[in-house]
Design a binder for this molecule. Structure first.
Ligand SMILES: CC(C)(COP(=O)(O)OP(=O)(O)OC[C@H]1O[C@@H](n2cnc3c(N)ncnc32)[C@H](O)[C@@H]1OP(=O)(O)O)[C@@H](O)C(=O)NCCC(=O)NCCS
Length: 331
Protein backbone atom coordinates (compact mmCIF):
# COMPACT_ATOMS: atom_id res chain seq x y z
CA UNK A 1 0.00 0.00 0.00
CA UNK A 2 1.34 3.43 -1.00
CA UNK A 3 1.30 6.16 1.62
CA UNK A 4 1.87 9.86 0.94
CA UNK A 5 3.57 12.10 3.48
CA UNK A 6 5.55 15.32 3.61
CA UNK A 7 9.33 15.53 3.43
CA UNK A 8 11.55 14.45 6.32
CA UNK A 9 15.18 15.36 6.90
CA UNK A 10 16.29 11.78 6.25
CA UNK A 11 14.75 11.63 2.76
CA UNK A 12 17.47 13.21 0.52
CA UNK A 13 19.48 10.02 -0.22
CA UNK A 14 16.30 8.25 -1.37
CA UNK A 15 15.24 11.29 -3.41
CA UNK A 16 18.65 11.41 -5.11
CA UNK A 17 18.30 7.72 -5.94
CA UNK A 18 14.97 8.47 -7.63
CA UNK A 19 16.40 11.51 -9.39
CA UNK A 20 19.25 9.46 -10.82
CA UNK A 21 16.86 6.75 -11.98
CA UNK A 22 14.39 9.08 -13.68
CA UNK A 23 15.70 12.44 -14.98
CA UNK A 24 16.95 12.47 -18.59
CA UNK A 25 20.68 11.89 -19.02
CA UNK A 26 20.95 14.99 -21.19
CA UNK A 27 19.65 18.27 -19.86
CA UNK A 28 19.98 17.33 -16.19
CA UNK A 29 22.83 16.59 -13.81
CA UNK A 30 23.11 12.85 -13.52
CA UNK A 31 24.39 11.21 -11.41
CA UNK A 32 23.51 13.89 -8.90
CA UNK A 33 24.99 13.91 -5.39
CA UNK A 34 23.03 14.40 -2.21
CA UNK A 35 24.61 17.75 -1.33
CA UNK A 36 23.80 19.07 -4.82
CA UNK A 37 20.13 18.15 -4.46
CA UNK A 38 20.26 19.70 -1.01
CA UNK A 39 21.44 23.03 -2.46
CA UNK A 40 18.88 23.21 -5.25
CA UNK A 41 15.85 21.61 -3.62
CA UNK A 42 15.88 22.10 0.15
CA UNK A 43 18.11 25.13 0.73
CA UNK A 44 16.25 27.76 -1.31
CA UNK A 45 14.58 30.29 1.01
CA UNK A 46 11.17 29.33 -0.40
CA UNK A 47 11.43 25.67 0.61
CA UNK A 48 8.53 24.37 2.67
CA UNK A 49 8.56 20.74 3.73
CA UNK A 50 4.83 20.42 3.08
CA UNK A 51 5.48 21.25 -0.60
CA UNK A 52 7.65 18.17 -1.02
CA UNK A 53 5.47 15.10 -0.84
CA UNK A 54 6.93 11.63 -0.79
CA UNK A 55 5.29 8.35 -1.82
CA UNK A 56 6.29 5.44 0.37
CA UNK A 57 5.66 1.71 0.11
CA UNK A 58 6.64 -0.36 3.13
CA UNK A 59 9.00 2.37 4.37
CA UNK A 60 10.68 2.57 0.97
CA UNK A 61 10.53 5.90 -0.86
CA UNK A 62 9.12 5.23 -4.34
CA UNK A 63 8.28 8.71 -5.59
CA UNK A 64 8.11 12.40 -4.85
CA UNK A 65 6.56 15.58 -6.12
CA UNK A 66 7.94 19.02 -5.33
CA UNK A 67 5.74 22.10 -5.57
CA UNK A 68 6.39 25.72 -4.69
CA UNK A 69 6.10 29.42 -5.41
CA UNK A 70 8.16 32.16 -6.99
CA UNK A 71 9.10 35.55 -5.57
CA UNK A 72 6.88 38.60 -5.66
CA UNK A 73 8.10 41.02 -8.30
CA UNK A 74 10.19 43.08 -8.67
CA UNK A 75 13.06 40.99 -7.31
CA UNK A 76 14.86 43.57 -5.23
CA UNK A 77 17.63 42.89 -2.74
CA UNK A 78 16.50 45.88 -0.66
CA UNK A 79 13.12 44.23 0.02
CA UNK A 80 12.53 41.15 2.14
CA UNK A 81 11.54 38.09 0.13
CA UNK A 82 7.82 37.93 -0.48
CA UNK A 83 6.29 34.96 -2.26
CA UNK A 84 3.73 35.34 -4.99
CA UNK A 85 1.21 32.81 -3.68
CA UNK A 86 -1.28 33.42 -6.49
CA UNK A 87 0.75 31.26 -8.86
CA UNK A 88 1.98 27.86 -7.79
CA UNK A 89 4.08 25.39 -9.68
CA UNK A 90 5.05 21.74 -9.75
CA UNK A 91 8.82 21.75 -10.00
CA UNK A 92 9.66 18.04 -10.05
CA UNK A 93 8.00 14.65 -10.23
CA UNK A 94 9.73 11.30 -9.90
CA UNK A 95 8.44 7.75 -9.50
CA UNK A 96 10.52 4.61 -9.31
CA UNK A 97 10.63 3.13 -12.83
CA UNK A 98 8.96 -0.25 -13.06
CA UNK A 99 6.80 0.26 -9.98
CA UNK A 100 3.60 -1.70 -10.83
CA UNK A 101 1.40 1.35 -10.21
CA UNK A 102 3.92 3.86 -11.57
CA UNK A 103 1.42 6.05 -13.42
CA UNK A 104 -1.18 5.94 -10.63
CA UNK A 105 1.45 7.00 -8.11
CA UNK A 106 2.60 9.81 -10.41
CA UNK A 107 -0.96 11.10 -10.76
CA UNK A 108 -1.60 10.83 -7.04
CA UNK A 109 1.59 12.79 -6.36
CA UNK A 110 0.60 15.55 -8.79
CA UNK A 111 -2.74 15.83 -7.00
CA UNK A 112 -0.94 16.02 -3.65
CA UNK A 113 1.23 18.81 -5.08
CA UNK A 114 -1.85 20.65 -6.33
CA UNK A 115 -3.54 20.34 -2.92
CA UNK A 116 -0.50 21.83 -1.21
CA UNK A 117 -0.41 24.76 -3.64
CA UNK A 118 -4.14 25.40 -3.34
CA UNK A 119 -3.93 25.19 0.46
CA UNK A 120 -1.39 28.04 0.34
CA UNK A 121 -3.62 30.21 -1.83
CA UNK A 122 -2.60 29.38 -5.40
CA UNK A 123 -5.21 30.34 -7.99
CA UNK A 124 -3.19 29.40 -11.07
CA UNK A 125 -1.23 26.16 -11.26
CA UNK A 126 1.75 25.57 -13.51
CA UNK A 127 4.08 22.64 -14.03
CA UNK A 128 7.70 23.19 -14.99
CA UNK A 129 9.75 26.11 -13.73
CA UNK A 130 10.46 29.23 -15.74
CA UNK A 131 12.02 32.40 -14.43
CA UNK A 132 10.90 33.81 -12.01
CA UNK A 133 8.51 30.97 -11.17
CA UNK A 134 11.45 28.60 -10.80
CA UNK A 135 12.20 28.20 -7.09
CA UNK A 136 14.04 24.89 -7.33
CA UNK A 137 16.39 22.88 -9.57
CA UNK A 138 17.69 25.57 -11.94
CA UNK A 139 21.40 24.79 -12.14
CA UNK A 140 20.89 21.02 -12.11
CA UNK A 141 17.93 20.50 -14.45
CA UNK A 142 16.62 21.84 -17.73
CA UNK A 143 19.73 23.15 -19.45
CA UNK A 144 21.02 26.69 -19.47
CA UNK A 145 17.79 28.49 -18.56
CA UNK A 146 15.93 25.77 -16.74
CA UNK A 147 12.62 26.52 -18.39
CA UNK A 148 9.95 23.89 -17.90
CA UNK A 149 9.98 20.10 -17.99
CA UNK A 150 12.16 18.53 -20.67
CA UNK A 151 10.20 16.84 -23.45
CA UNK A 152 12.63 13.92 -23.10
CA UNK A 153 11.85 13.46 -19.40
CA UNK A 154 10.42 9.94 -19.20
CA UNK A 155 6.78 9.78 -18.09
CA UNK A 156 6.38 13.37 -16.84
CA UNK A 157 4.97 15.02 -20.01
CA UNK A 158 2.53 12.13 -20.52
CA UNK A 159 1.30 12.26 -16.92
CA UNK A 160 0.82 16.03 -17.03
CA UNK A 161 -0.98 15.94 -20.37
CA UNK A 162 -3.15 13.04 -19.16
CA UNK A 163 -4.16 15.14 -16.14
CA UNK A 164 -5.26 18.04 -18.30
CA UNK A 165 -2.18 20.29 -18.09
CA UNK A 166 -1.79 22.32 -21.28
CA UNK A 167 1.53 23.45 -22.75
CA UNK A 168 1.73 27.24 -22.66
CA UNK A 169 5.36 27.79 -23.57
CA UNK A 170 7.82 25.67 -25.50
CA UNK A 171 11.52 26.41 -25.36
CA UNK A 172 14.01 25.01 -27.84
CA UNK A 173 17.21 23.61 -26.30
CA UNK A 174 20.17 23.88 -28.66
CA UNK A 175 23.70 22.62 -28.41
CA UNK A 176 26.88 23.58 -30.19
CA UNK A 177 29.63 21.01 -30.54
CA UNK A 178 32.84 22.96 -29.96
CA UNK A 179 34.83 20.30 -31.85
CA UNK A 180 32.90 20.98 -35.08
CA UNK A 181 34.40 23.27 -37.70
CA UNK A 182 33.51 26.90 -36.86
CA UNK A 183 31.17 28.66 -39.28
CA UNK A 184 32.44 31.79 -40.95
CA UNK A 185 31.38 35.08 -39.40
CA UNK A 186 30.94 37.09 -42.62
CA UNK A 187 31.02 40.51 -40.96
CA UNK A 188 33.63 39.57 -38.35
CA UNK A 189 36.57 41.55 -39.74
CA UNK A 190 34.52 44.72 -40.08
CA UNK A 191 32.95 44.37 -36.64
CA UNK A 192 36.32 43.87 -34.95
CA UNK A 193 37.31 47.31 -36.24
CA UNK A 194 34.15 48.87 -34.86
CA UNK A 195 33.81 47.05 -31.58
CA UNK A 196 35.80 45.37 -28.88
CA UNK A 197 34.95 42.25 -26.94
CA UNK A 198 34.94 42.32 -23.16
CA UNK A 199 34.72 39.18 -21.03
CA UNK A 200 34.36 39.67 -17.29
CA UNK A 201 34.52 36.44 -15.34
CA UNK A 202 32.99 35.60 -11.96
CA UNK A 203 30.42 38.36 -11.97
CA UNK A 204 27.32 38.28 -9.75
CA UNK A 205 24.02 37.35 -11.41
CA UNK A 206 21.64 40.10 -12.51
CA UNK A 207 19.57 39.67 -9.33
CA UNK A 208 19.74 37.51 -6.23
CA UNK A 209 17.09 35.01 -7.35
CA UNK A 210 19.30 33.89 -10.25
CA UNK A 211 22.37 34.20 -8.01
CA UNK A 212 20.90 31.53 -5.70
CA UNK A 213 20.45 29.14 -8.60
CA UNK A 214 23.55 29.58 -10.74
CA UNK A 215 25.73 32.11 -8.88
CA UNK A 216 28.28 29.51 -7.87
CA UNK A 217 28.90 28.43 -11.47
CA UNK A 218 31.41 31.08 -12.57
CA UNK A 219 29.07 33.47 -14.31
CA UNK A 220 30.74 35.59 -16.96
CA UNK A 221 29.44 38.70 -18.70
CA UNK A 222 30.42 39.08 -22.33
CA UNK A 223 29.88 42.39 -24.13
CA UNK A 224 30.62 43.89 -27.48
CA UNK A 225 31.30 47.61 -27.06
CA UNK A 226 31.56 50.31 -29.66
CA UNK A 227 35.15 51.55 -29.94
CA UNK A 228 33.76 55.00 -30.77
CA UNK A 229 31.63 55.67 -27.68
CA UNK A 230 31.75 52.57 -25.48
CA UNK A 231 28.05 51.80 -26.08
CA UNK A 232 26.99 48.18 -25.66
CA UNK A 233 26.26 46.70 -29.09
CA UNK A 234 25.54 43.17 -27.85
CA UNK A 235 25.74 41.32 -24.57
CA UNK A 236 25.27 37.86 -23.08
CA UNK A 237 26.13 35.86 -19.98
CA UNK A 238 27.63 32.43 -19.64
CA UNK A 239 27.86 29.92 -16.81
CA UNK A 240 29.82 26.79 -16.20
CA UNK A 241 27.50 23.85 -16.82
CA UNK A 242 30.18 21.22 -16.39
CA UNK A 243 28.06 19.33 -13.83
CA UNK A 244 25.75 18.52 -16.76
CA UNK A 245 28.65 16.72 -18.42
CA UNK A 246 29.09 14.28 -15.56
CA UNK A 247 27.33 11.55 -17.54
CA UNK A 248 29.14 11.92 -20.87
CA UNK A 249 32.34 13.68 -19.79
CA UNK A 250 31.73 16.72 -22.03
CA UNK A 251 32.38 20.06 -20.35
CA UNK A 252 29.56 22.51 -21.09
CA UNK A 253 29.10 26.24 -21.08
CA UNK A 254 25.59 27.69 -20.73
CA UNK A 255 24.69 30.76 -22.73
CA UNK A 256 22.09 33.15 -21.28
CA UNK A 257 20.45 36.49 -21.95
CA UNK A 258 21.82 37.12 -25.44
CA UNK A 259 20.68 40.63 -26.23
CA UNK A 260 21.28 43.27 -28.89
CA UNK A 261 19.77 46.72 -28.24
CA UNK A 262 17.07 47.49 -30.79
CA UNK A 263 18.93 50.17 -32.80
CA UNK A 264 21.88 47.82 -33.35
CA UNK A 265 19.97 44.77 -34.57
CA UNK A 266 20.49 43.08 -37.95
CA UNK A 267 24.02 44.41 -38.22
CA UNK A 268 25.75 41.16 -37.35
CA UNK A 269 26.57 42.06 -33.71
CA UNK A 270 24.56 39.20 -32.24
CA UNK A 271 26.24 36.65 -34.46
CA UNK A 272 29.67 38.13 -33.83
CA UNK A 273 29.18 38.07 -30.06
CA UNK A 274 28.02 34.46 -30.03
CA UNK A 275 30.78 33.33 -32.41
CA UNK A 276 33.36 35.00 -30.15
CA UNK A 277 31.85 33.16 -27.18
CA UNK A 278 32.18 29.88 -29.12
CA UNK A 279 35.81 30.69 -29.84
CA UNK A 280 36.39 31.48 -26.15
CA UNK A 281 34.68 28.22 -25.18
CA UNK A 282 37.20 26.35 -27.30
CA UNK A 283 40.09 28.22 -25.65
CA UNK A 284 38.93 27.30 -22.17
CA UNK A 285 38.54 23.64 -23.13
CA UNK A 286 34.76 23.34 -23.14
CA UNK A 287 33.25 20.70 -25.43
CA UNK A 288 29.71 22.00 -25.84
CA UNK A 289 27.78 25.26 -25.53
CA UNK A 290 24.10 25.14 -24.62
CA UNK A 291 21.45 27.76 -25.19
CA UNK A 292 17.65 27.92 -24.94
CA UNK A 293 15.17 30.18 -26.61
CA UNK A 294 11.39 30.20 -26.97
CA UNK A 295 10.38 28.14 -30.00
CA UNK A 296 8.59 31.26 -31.30
CA UNK A 297 11.80 33.36 -31.28
CA UNK A 298 12.64 32.93 -34.94
CA UNK A 299 15.43 35.49 -35.05
CA UNK A 300 17.32 33.82 -32.19
CA UNK A 301 16.74 30.34 -33.65
CA UNK A 302 18.04 31.53 -37.02
CA UNK A 303 21.02 33.13 -35.37
CA UNK A 304 22.00 30.02 -33.37
CA UNK A 305 21.40 27.59 -36.21
CA UNK A 306 23.40 29.77 -38.63
CA UNK A 307 26.34 29.29 -36.24
CA UNK A 308 25.97 25.51 -36.11
CA UNK A 309 23.85 24.98 -32.95
CA UNK A 310 21.52 22.04 -33.33
CA UNK A 311 18.21 21.45 -31.50
CA UNK A 312 18.62 18.64 -28.96
CA UNK A 313 15.45 18.85 -26.85
CA UNK A 314 12.54 21.07 -25.87
CA UNK A 315 11.35 22.20 -22.50
CA UNK A 316 7.72 22.89 -21.79
CA UNK A 317 5.84 24.93 -19.22
CA UNK A 318 2.29 23.70 -18.57
CA UNK A 319 -0.75 25.33 -17.00
CA UNK A 320 -3.77 23.65 -15.48
CA UNK A 321 -6.98 25.04 -17.02
CA UNK A 322 -9.07 26.92 -14.43
CA UNK A 323 -11.95 24.44 -14.80
CA UNK A 324 -9.74 21.70 -13.31
CA UNK A 325 -8.69 23.68 -10.24
CA UNK A 326 -11.52 22.37 -8.11
CA UNK A 327 -10.25 18.79 -8.16
CA UNK A 328 -7.63 19.77 -5.61
CA UNK A 329 -9.85 22.09 -3.56
CA UNK A 330 -9.59 21.50 0.17
CA UNK A 331 -12.54 19.75 1.83
C1 LIG B 1 18.12 37.60 -31.44
C2 LIG B 1 19.08 38.80 -31.46
C3 LIG B 1 20.12 38.61 -30.38
C4 LIG B 1 19.76 38.85 -32.84
O1 LIG B 1 20.78 39.83 -32.83
P1 LIG B 1 21.21 40.63 -34.14
O2 LIG B 1 22.46 41.35 -33.86
O3 LIG B 1 20.06 41.44 -34.63
O4 LIG B 1 21.46 39.44 -35.17
P2 LIG B 1 22.50 39.43 -36.37
O5 LIG B 1 22.40 40.74 -37.10
O6 LIG B 1 23.84 39.05 -35.88
O7 LIG B 1 21.89 38.31 -37.28
C5 LIG B 1 22.48 37.03 -37.41
C6 LIG B 1 21.50 36.09 -38.07
O8 LIG B 1 20.40 35.85 -37.17
C7 LIG B 1 19.19 35.77 -37.94
N1 LIG B 1 18.31 36.90 -37.57
C8 LIG B 1 18.58 37.92 -36.75
N2 LIG B 1 17.50 38.73 -36.62
C9 LIG B 1 16.53 38.18 -37.37
C10 LIG B 1 15.18 38.53 -37.64
N3 LIG B 1 14.61 39.62 -37.08
N4 LIG B 1 14.46 37.72 -38.44
C11 LIG B 1 15.00 36.61 -38.99
N5 LIG B 1 16.30 36.23 -38.78
C12 LIG B 1 17.04 37.00 -37.99
C13 LIG B 1 19.60 35.84 -39.39
O9 LIG B 1 19.89 34.51 -39.81
C14 LIG B 1 20.87 36.65 -39.31
O10 LIG B 1 21.71 36.42 -40.41
P3 LIG B 1 21.63 37.41 -41.71
O11 LIG B 1 21.65 38.82 -41.19
O12 LIG B 1 22.85 37.03 -42.46
O13 LIG B 1 20.34 37.06 -42.38
C15 LIG B 1 18.31 40.16 -31.27
O14 LIG B 1 17.25 40.20 -32.18
C16 LIG B 1 17.76 40.35 -29.86
O15 LIG B 1 18.47 40.87 -28.98
N6 LIG B 1 16.50 39.96 -29.64
C17 LIG B 1 15.86 40.13 -28.33
C18 LIG B 1 16.48 39.23 -27.27
C19 LIG B 1 16.46 37.79 -27.69
O16 LIG B 1 15.50 37.28 -28.25
N7 LIG B 1 17.56 37.08 -27.36
C20 LIG B 1 17.71 35.68 -27.58
C21 LIG B 1 17.29 35.02 -26.34
S1 LIG B 1 18.01 33.45 -26.17
Amino acid sequence: MIRYRTFRNGDPPALVRLWNATVPERGAVRPLKVHELDDRAFNPPVFERSGLIVAEEDDRVVGFVHAGFGPGLPIDSARPLGLDREMGMIAMLAVEPGLPAELDVARALVLEGERYLRSRGAMVLYAGGQFPLNPFYWGIYGGSEGSGFLASHPMVPQVLAGMGYEPIGVTACLEYDVGAAARRDPRGVLIRRQAELEIIEDVPAAEWWSELAIGEFHLARVSLRSRADGAILARASTWDMSLFGRGDGRGRLGLLDVFVPEPHRRKGFGRHLVSEILRWAQEIGVQAVEVQTPSTNESALELYQSLGFIPVDQSVVYRLPARLLERSALP
